[in-house]
Design a binder for this molecule. Structure first.
Ligand code: FE
Length: 254
């Protein structure tokens, strides 16, 4: 299985702090059935810089360490880029790293809202030949309040990634429900861990697969696993026609 979102690279963001942390995360990833994992350290304007060249170098270092430790996990390069106005300029400068050097790019929205310029920026990213993947939309309150905005972005070519822990209920019932609704409405294309450590922000991949299988069947599990594989190979992923969320009756009306 392939995990496309993780903070396993040590000492550069709020994920693994030491090489030992990274090794422990790698061991747990293998236990969860993960064979390849994309390291996606934060690129958050001002807070964490993590430029492309540094990430690539650190990924190869970590792979050497894992080989020495006999841990059968391959780390691939990536980045989680918080949305900001100059992404295009920095893409041109070579500071922004796509996922495993493909044309897929992670974009993180701020947790509180969807910035007004999002649609234009995602369009510009696509004009540059990249496909933006919005990470964990289920944890964005703008999406929670107005899922139609996400539908609009997906219709205009953006992809999305739901976090495994959201599906298992780790982030609460509301986020779990929204995650399931996003899957049901074909508004998400990937499930991945976004693991930061092995305690408070762990993988939850196995559990999430059980949940997805229970709710949507084996086909859905296969769909997400296949898409992760297509992504790392730079191929076109599977998409189904997205729709609005099916809203269930709330308090007897709606
Ligand atoms: Fe992340």
């Amino acid at each position: 299985m392939i995990d496309i979102h993780s903070h396993i690279l040590p000492g550069i963001d709020d994920g693994a702090q030491t090489v030992e942390d990274a090794i422990n995360m790698a061991k747990l990833a293998v236990e969860e059935g993960i064979t390849k994992i994309i390291a996606t350290p934060h690129h958050q304007n001002g807070k964490y810089t993590n430029k492309k060249v540094d990430i690539i170098e650190r990924v190869s270092k970590l792979n050497c360490t894992l080989q020495k430790e006999n841990i059968p996990l391959e780390v691939l390069p990536g980045q989680e880029t918080r949305i900001y106005g100059e992404i295009i300029e920095d893409l041109d400068k070579g500071d922004i790293l796509s996922l495993n050097n493909t044309n897929y790019l992670f974009i993180e929205l701020p947790s509180g809202h969807i910035p007004r310029y999002t649609e234009q920026l995602l369009f510009d990213i696509q004009l540059k030949g990249f496909t933006p993947i919005i990470v964990h939309p289920e944890r964005n309150s703008g999406v929670m309040e107005n899922p139609e905005k996400l539908l609009d972005l997906v219709k205009k070519g953006a992809l999305t990634q739901v976090t495994a822990g959201s599906i298992t209920g780790y982030f609460g019932k509301k986020i779990k429900k929204l995650s399931m609704q996003l899957i049901e409405a074909n508004l998400t294309h990937f499930i991945s861990s976004d693991a930061h450590n092995i305690t408070t922000r762990s993988f939850h991949i196995r559990e999430s697969i059980i949940e997805v299988n229970k709710e949507f069947g084996n086909q859905a599990v296969y769909y997400f696993q296949e898409n992760a594989e297509l992504l790392i190979n730079g191929q076109s992923i599977f998409k189904q026609e997205p729709s609005n969320l099916k809203r269930k009756k709330i308090f007897g009306f709606f």
